[in-house]
Design a protein around this ligand. Structure first.
Ligand SMILES: [Zn+2]
Length: 289
C-alpha cells in the first residue's frame, strides 16, 4: 500500500496523553534525500514511498498533556506550501505542504492559549512554522524551551534563511521567549530531555515515562524508520552526518528497551511504532489507525 502522511493519532503513555497534530506533508525523491542510497534499497522499502515513488514524511507537532500541563513538541511548517530543491544540485526535489496544525489542535478541543510551553527538538523551518507574527505569537502563553547549542548554531554568521534553516525572524522569535533545556532536564512531570545531536548540533529528543509506559519522541534524530534498519543512510540535511549516525545507534538501544514506543513525527502513515529486536537487525511494528 503506498505511504500516506499520518492523520491525527493518540498515544497514552501511562497518565501522559500524546496527540499527533498533523500540519501537512513532505514528499521528495528518496535517492536525493539520502545521497548515495541505492534504487535497490528503495525498491525494497516501498512502504515508505507514495504511488509516484516519492518518500513521504508526515509533518506536524505532538501535543503532550502531563500532570496538568499542556505542551507542544515543535511547531510544524506553518500556513504555506513550497517546492523543495536539492541543496547539493539546486534541482527540484518535491514539495512541502503545511497549514493544518491549528485545525488539528481545535479538533481535539484545545485552544492555542492553553499551550504553556513549546519544546523544540531543533529549529529547522519545518519545526518552527507556527511561531506567529512578531508581537502576535500563535501560542500567546507559551514559553519556548530549546538547547543553547541549537541557538548558538543558528546564530552563526550567514546560517539563517538558507535551505531548511530558520529565518532570522524565526530565530529572533524563539530567542525572545526562549529558556535553555539540556540533556537530563525534566521540564515537566514525566518528560525528560535526551540530547541527540547530529541532525543539528542542539537537537533534542524527549523521553516520556509514566507508570509502566515509556515513549521516546525522536524529533528528526530519526526522520524515517528506514534510518534505523539501514544504519549507513545519511539524511541530506544532517549537519554532522557521522554524529547523526552514532546518535541513531544510541537511540536504537533506547527504543529496544522493553515497553518503549517510538514517536517519529516525520514517519509516514502512523507516527507511533515499536522497534523489535531481530536476528542481527531490528524490525519495526506499526499499527495503522
Ligand atoms: Zn523536520
Amino acid at each position: 500500500m503506498p505511504a500516506r502522511p499520518s492523520g491525527p493519532g493518540r498515544l497514552d503513555v501511562g497518565d501522559i496523553a500524546v496527540d499527533f497534530l498533523p500540519d501537512g506533508a513532505i514528499r521528495h525523491d528518496p535517492a536525493a534525500s539520502y545521497p548515495g542510497s541505492s534504487h535497490a534499497l528503495w525498491a525494497s522499502s516501498a512502504e515508505y514511498l507514495d504511488e509516484d515513488g516519492r518518500l513521504v514524511m508526515s509533518l506536524g507537532a505532538l501535543l503532550v498533556r502531563t500532570g496538568g500541563h499542556t505542551v507542544l513538541v515543535d511547531l510544524g511548517w506553518g500556513p504555506s506550501s513550497t517546492d523543495l530543491v536539492d541543496p547539493a544540485t539546486g534541482a527540484p526535489n518535491g514539495r512541502i505542504e503545511g497549514g493544518q496544525l491549528l485545525d488539528s489542535l481545535a479538533a481535539i478541543g484545545v485552544a492555542p492559549a492553553e499551550v504553556e510551553a513549546v519544546l523544540f527538538s531543533h529549529l529547522h523551518r519545518d519545526h518552527v512554522g507556527w511561531l506567529g507574527d512578531p508581537g502576535h505569537p500563535t501560542f500567546p502563553s507559551a514559553t519556548y524551551l530549546v538547547a543553547d547549542a541549537e541557538l548558538d548554531h543558528w546564530r552563526g554568521a550567514g546560517r539563517t534563511g538558507i535551505g531548511p534553516a530558520p529565518t532570522a525572524e524565526q530565530l529572533a522569535a524563539v530567542e525572545g521567549r526562549g529558556h535553555a533545556v539540556a540533556d537530563g532536564d525534566t521540564p515537566f512531570p514525566g518528560i525528560s530531555v535526551l540530547a541527540t545531536p547530529g541532525h543539528t548540533p542542539g537537537h533534542l529528543s524527549f523521553v516520556l515515562s509514566s507508570g509502566d509506559g515509556r515513549a521516546v519522541v525522536l524529533g528528526d534524530a530519526v526522520h524515517c524508520p528506514v534510518e534505523i534498519t539501514e544504519p549507513e543512510l545519511a539524511f541530506v540535511v544532517d549537519v554532522d552526518p557521522a554524529l547523526a549516525q552514532r546518535t541513531r545507534r544510541h537511540l536504537e538501544q533506547e527504543l529496544l528497551r522493553p515497553g518503549t514506543i517510538a514517536a517519529g513525527p516525520h514517519f509516514p502513515d502512523v507516527v507511533f511504532g515499536r522497534l523489535l529486536p531481530g536476528n542481527g537487525r531490528p524490525s519495526w511494528s506499526f499499527t495503522r489507525p
